[in-house]
Design a protein around this ligand. Structure first.
Ligand SMILES: NC(=O)c1ccc[n+]([C@@H]2O[C@H](COP(=O)([O-])OP(=O)(O)OC[C@H]3O[C@@H](n4cnc5c(N)ncnc54)[C@H](O)[C@@H]3O)[C@@H](O)[C@H]2O)c1
Length: 440
């Protein structure tokens, strides 16, 4: 099958789509392709995810059960753990994790493992797109050589491209369909086939010159956030020294109608992207004998923020003539982001650890995270979210707002707390108890 045939199959929705890795990125993407009329197979190593998909149950906040069920019932979506299905797939999109090793070097082993499964079943006319965030050069230096080993030629026998995922979990305005999608191919023909596929399911496709550019674009986007968050975190530390409230400074600066974009400080970075992705770029640059100074400085400042929160808690307790050791502290919000349940890399976990190491007795409340599976309550069992009642809140020496989930009665929390450390400005506009609140 040549480029023309695969393009015709895509236009006619006769191309079969496979998505490898059905997580935060893969599941919404698979559903979007299915909604566009393609037959989609979602492949994952995790049997529970596959079972949930086939039972029409969503495990991702941005996708509803109804959406999955609708596509399953229409025969357009199915989950599987069997990579043999790839033999029947025309277009495969890889959305596997790209974490860091303990040494903070990229761990692309998930990509390599998914690639191996594809390479063993590569066939003429197949389109392969990598979506996992990674360093510039991965598609060309890691994917291409393995696929070429089969004897097939990129741009002629198969098509290879990179298209970064831009999903913003919990964002109601911007989702898979209406967020513009950058696509860069290994060859121009590869880019064209990949762009054609995405244009069937996504409103705007942004073709770029090559896969390496597409990889770099994602890292620019995330480095931009990491560096700006670090800048504003440093401004928060500076304001603290100057006895100024950083939130007032930012809000007023943001009234400038041009040349200023507000970023907000917080307890540290969280999630699967911003704390991790810039390290992919700085690692690659180290191999090219270049030190990415902004990235490293931003990481240093951002990773200091949980320690700054700890020092705020120490101050808050000190005002009550109490030590951290033995004090009861309530952490409010353990997800890394407002109104989501994702605790990956959450700074709340760092704050929790730092407090415990100093002997505090810590509980947490998070309406989105009923149990913290990776964090033990001390006896080996997972920590569980405590209910947020006035009587409960009165039992703590300090409440720390780490994630500003909506739907929480912050006035009630302040009314019943001895002292509140607010790292997100969640208590802005409260009528009573401002003297009990210590802001970041
Ligand atoms: N979550 C986000 O907001 C977001 C946003 C933009 C980009 N990304 C990037 O997208 C990629 C995926 O992230 P995610 O958040 O969806 O991860 P995730 O952990 O939610 O999902 C990844 C899935 O891949 C599966 N998997 C792992 N190895 C596999 C293999 N060899 N074969 C089949 N399945 C395999 C896992 O079981 C898991 O279900 C990462 O590179 C991430 O950096 C994530």
């Amino acid at each position: 099958m040549d480029g023309k045939t695969v393009k015709a199959k895509i236009r006619d929705r006769k191309a079969r789509v496979g998505v490898i890795g059905m997580g935060y990125v893969g599941l919404p993407l698979a559903v979007e392709f299915a909604k566009a009329g393609f037959r989609v197979d979602g492949i994952d190593l995790d049997e529970r995810k596959v079972k949930n998909i086939n039972a029409g149950r969503s495990y991702i906040g941005d996708v509803t059960n109804k959406e999955i069920r609708g596509e399953i019932d229409a025969g357009r979506l199915a989950g599987t753990t069997d990579f043999e299905i790839l033999r029947e797939i025309d277009c495969v999109v890889i959305c596997v994790p790209t974490p860091l090793r303990k040494t903070r070097d990229p761990d692309i082993s998930y990509i390599v493992s998914a690639l191996e499964e594809v390479a063993q079943r590569l066939h003429k006319g197949m389109l392969i797109v990598l979506e996992s965030t990674t360093y510039p050069g991965t598609t060309e230096e890691i994917m291409l050589p393995r696929l070429t080993e089969t004897g097939l030629k990129a741009g002629k026998d198969f098509f290879l491209a990179f298209s970064p995922e831009r999903v913003d979990p919990g964002n109601r305005a911007w989702h898979t369909r209406n967020t513009p999608k950058v696509v860069g191919g290994i060859t121009p023909a590869c880019g064209q086939v990949a762009a054609l596929l995405y244009s069937q399911a996504v409103d705007t496709v942004v073709p770029v010159s090559c896969s390496r550019a597409a990889e770099m674009i994602k890292l620019l986007e995330n480095t931009f956030r990491s560096v700006n968050i670090a800048l504003v975190n440093e401004i928060a530390l500076i304001c603290d020294r100057l006895g100024l409230e950083v939130w007032e400074i930012i809000e007023a600066a943001a009234t400038k109608p041009f040349g200023f974009m507000p970023f907000y400080p917080g307890p540290g970075l969280g999630g699967h992207c911003i704390p991790i992705d810039p390290h992919y770029l700085s690692w690659k640059l180290r191999t090219l004998d270049y030190q990415a100074r902004f990235i490293e400085l931003a990481a240093e400042i951002n990773s200091y923020m949980p320690h700054h929160v700890l020092s705020k808690v120490v101050d808050a307790l000190n005002h009550q003539r109490k030590s951290v050791s033995g004090s009861r502290v309530l952490i409010m919000g353990v997800a890394y982001k407002r109104d989501t349940s994702d605790t990956r890399e959450s700074p709340a976990l760092d704050v929790l650890k730092l407090l415990r190491e100093r002997g505090a007795r810590v509980d947490y409340h998070d309406p989105f995270v009923p149990a913290l599976v990776a964090t033990s309550s001390g006896n080996g069992a997972p920590m569980r979210s405590v209910p947020l009642t006035a009587a409960r809140v009165r039992g703590y020496d300090c409440a720390v707002i780490v994630t500003d989930h909506g739907g929480i009665d912050y006035q009630m929390v302040v009314d019943n707390s001895r002292v509140v450390v607010d790292t997100r400005n969640a208590t802005r506009g409260l009528r009573r108890g401002r003297n009990k609140v210590m802001k970041l």
